[in-house]
Design a protein around this ligand. Structure first.
Ligand SMILES: NC(=O)c1ccc[n+]([C@@H]2O[C@H](COP(=O)([O-])OP(=O)(O)OC[C@H]3O[C@@H](n4cnc5c(N)ncnc54)[C@H](OP(=O)(O)O)[C@@H]3O)[C@@H](O)[C@H]2O)c1
Length: 239
């Protein structure tokens, strides 16, 4: 096992999701202690059981991270348990599409903002405050290609992801010189179980795999990427 993250403490928000599982697994394999937020107990138990070799370094917390107080508590709990928080990766998000702006229910617009923007807001806010105490840290927020590629039928999704990119870009300018680095990644379609079910006739070979995107995230959080700050990195592969 490579120990690039040996002794590091990592929080993966949404760690039971299609991408979150791959990110959590990759950090565990590289020696980190990983705290994961989740909501679905069955998903968590199945994931925890799959990680038996590294289970001692994995903890799960049921948290709705769109609730700012709960997100703050999760970060503070992780910091006080380990005395440090080196990395925070936010993989929480949701997709809604297919309806034009005037056809969509307003609650869908609110949901997109909540999942794709407010989650990163609440988590980044708490994470930077904690990371300032140690003078270092890396944050990666997962947005989407749709932040720049504004297709019809995706107004709420595209707007929420674009706002998330802008927020992290501005945050990166704010934390310059503090030792905290902030970056965004932009997936297109990821080869997840959920996408295969939703689009059974698609050519899955073209879709980037969660573990390949996880490798980019780990690189961004590693010292090898110490000069990368305020970037929004496309991870589209051939799609
Ligand atoms: N999949 C794609 O093709 C694709 C494309 C572009 C961008 N992205 C972005 O990439 C990221 C990961 O995507 P994914 O496919 O891995 O998503 P996913 O499988 O739906 O996973 C999302 C995770 O976030 C959790 N979550 C959702 N709402 C939450 C909340 N309010 N509080 C706490 N946890 C919550 C989910 O837990 P529960 O299951 O318990 O709700 C799940 O663990 C997202 O930001 C997504 O928008 C994905």
């Amino acid at each position: 096992m490579s120990a690039r993250f040996g002794g590091s403490v990592v929080l993966v928000a949404g760690g039971t999701g299609g991408l979150g599982k791959a990110v959590t697994t990759a950090f565990l394999e590289e020696g980190a202690s990983v705290a994961v937020s989740y909501r679905n107990q069955a998903e968590w138990e199945s994931f925890e059981n799959s990680q038996s070799a590294n289970a001692a370094r994995l903890q799960g917390h049921v948290v709705d991270v769109t609730d700012e107080a709960a997100a703050t508590q999760l970060i503070e709990k992780t910091f006080s348990k380990h005395g440090r928080l080196d990395v925070m990766v936010n993989t929480i998000g949701g997709h809604a599409g297919g309806l034009k702006l005037w056809e969509m229910e307003t609650k869908v617009f609110e949901q997109m903002l909540s999942l794709n923007l407010r989650s990163g807001y609440a988590l980044s806010r708490a994470a930077v405050r904690t990371m300032f105490k140690q003078g270092r840290g890396a944050i990666v927020n997962v947005a989407a290609k749709a932040a720049f590629d504004h297709a019809a039928g995706a107004s709420a999704y595209a707007a929420s992801k674009a706002a998330a990119v802008a927020m992290l870009d501005s945050l990166a300018a704010e934390v310059k010189g503090t030792g905290v680095r902030v970056n965004t990644i932009l997936p297109s379609i990821i080869d997840t179980e959920a996408n295969r079910k939703a689009m059974p006739k698609a050519d899955f070979a073209k879709w980037p795999k969660p573990h390949d995107i996880a490798r980019v995230i780990l690189f961004l959080c590693s010292d090898d990427a110490k000069v990368i700050h305020g970037a929004a990195i496309p991870v589209y592969g051939d799609s």
